[in-house]
Design a protein around this ligand. Structure first.
Ligand code: GAF
Length: 379
């Protein structure tokens, strides 16, 4: 509903010829965290919460962030923090000599930012998709994905490709089982009768750029390098964990062993989760969610007290089947699978408990699984 209202507001302003309204979703990740930049597997899905953009031809390049009440004229050198994602795409167009018609753009969102639901990729992918249409670049989705991944790296995060693949290719009521080695994916039906995927936003805002995220990604590269030298193989963790067993990593330091062991186990969890979802094995889905969180908390060490509190709460609640932190970590959101007839009661209870512990309430959202980025309207 809220999305419809935002679209109508954008349509009332962007109503001239050659105006475009774009919806670019956020994503959840069922399981497979920090596996994408390690060439593993993950199981994300695009969600209804989204960024909405309206673009119209104009005599100057201007971008307005409605929710922040901030604007950026692209010749201004002082930039709001969100401008970095637009700039990265404009830089790409410049570098490739692609035509760009002068536009005025407004964006707003039902997707919260900094909540681990991929709002930055949603902006990047949505803007790239819009320019591709508006300027008839005719770049196919696969290539747009790789452009968006590179553009986001320029903004300082050494992330993977999970977010961009799910935002471009999301499919209503399906998750994408992504093989991050070759970026191929399969659609997996994700609706579970009588259960609701639910997001709880800790409201502890993290920024991937400022966090330990890059540090984890660098450590994993170092592990891959050490393994390559030790075993005489290509520098690629996928090869490491497909060919060698845990007992063979005695030459790694303690933290390195923990990280590698998490990555190996998490990839196994993705495969197990896919089977459990396809067979609707609810209890196994719940256990995999909880064990995924244990790995992120203890071995990969990217959780935080607020996320741990939410998962511990879910473990004690009869309404919750399973839960885990989601995304880069250090704040953001957790994903919970809740019995459908208990969602209201669960929301109230977890919000109250969280508020008593931390002094403020979390935001709770239904995770309705949606299509990927789409053109809503063209005048
Ligand atoms: C962030 C990154 F952008 C993704 O690529 C992924 O690594 C995720 O954290 C962790 O699984 O969303």
């Amino acid at each position: 509903m809220i999305g419809q209202e935002l679209i109508q507001k954008l349509e009332s302003i962007h109503n001239q010829t050659d105006s475009w309204i774009i919806k670019s979703p956020g994503r959840i990740n069922i399981i497979g965290e920090h596996t994408d930049y390690n060439y593993g597997f993950c199981l994300p899905a695009a969600i209804e919460l989204a960024v909405f953009m309206g673009l119209s031809p104009s005599n100057k390049f201007q971008i307005n962030a409605w929710d922040r009440k901030e604007s950026w004229n692209i010749v201004d050198t002082i930039r709001p923090d969100w401008a970095v994602y637009f700039k990265a795409i404009l830089n790409y167009a410049l570098k490739e000599n692609l035509p760009v018609k002068t536009f005025s753009l407004d964006f707003t969102a039902s997707l919260p930012s900094g909540a681990g639901l991929s709002s930055s990729s949603s902006i990047t992918c949505g803007f790239l998709y819009a320019l591709n249409l508006m300027n008839s670049w005719n770049i196919p989705l696969e290539q747009l994905t790789s452009i968006a991944v590179t553009a986001e790296k320029e903004s300082g995060v050494e992330g993977g490709m999970m977010d961009q693949i799910s935002i471009f290719n999301g499919s209503k009521d399906h998750a994408l089982l992504i093989d991050c080695l070759d970026w191929s994916f399969k659609k997996i039906p994700i609706l579970l009768a009588n259960y609701q995927w639910t997001i709880v936003d800790t409201k502890v805002k993290h920024k991937l750029i400022d966090s330990d995220y890059n540090n984890r990604s660098r450590l994993c590269k170092k592990i891959a390098n050490k393994c390559a030298n030790y075993f005489g193989i290509e520098e690629n963790l996928r090869i490491v964990y497909e060919q060698y067993s845990k007992e063979e990593f005695g030459f790694l330091e303690a933290q390195e062993k923990n990280l590698l062991s998490y990555v190996i186990e998490e990839n196994d969890r993705v495969k197990a989760m896919t089977k459990s979802i396809l067979s609707q094995d609810i209890s196994s889905i719940g256990s995999l969610l909880f064990s995924g969180h244990e790995g992120l908390r203890n071995k990969y060490q990217v959780s935080c007290p607020e996320l741990d509190f939410l998962i511990d709460f879910a473990a004690k609640s009869s309404a919750a089947i399973g839960a885990r932190m989601m995304g880069g970590g250090f704040g953001g959101s957790s994903l919970h699978l809740i019995k459908e007839n208990c969602t209201e009661e669960f929301t109230q209870e977890i919000s109250q408990a969280y508020r008593s512990k931390f002094g403020f309430a979390p935001d709770v959202y239904k995770a309705d699984i949606s299509n990927g980025v789409e053109l809503i309207n063209k005048k």
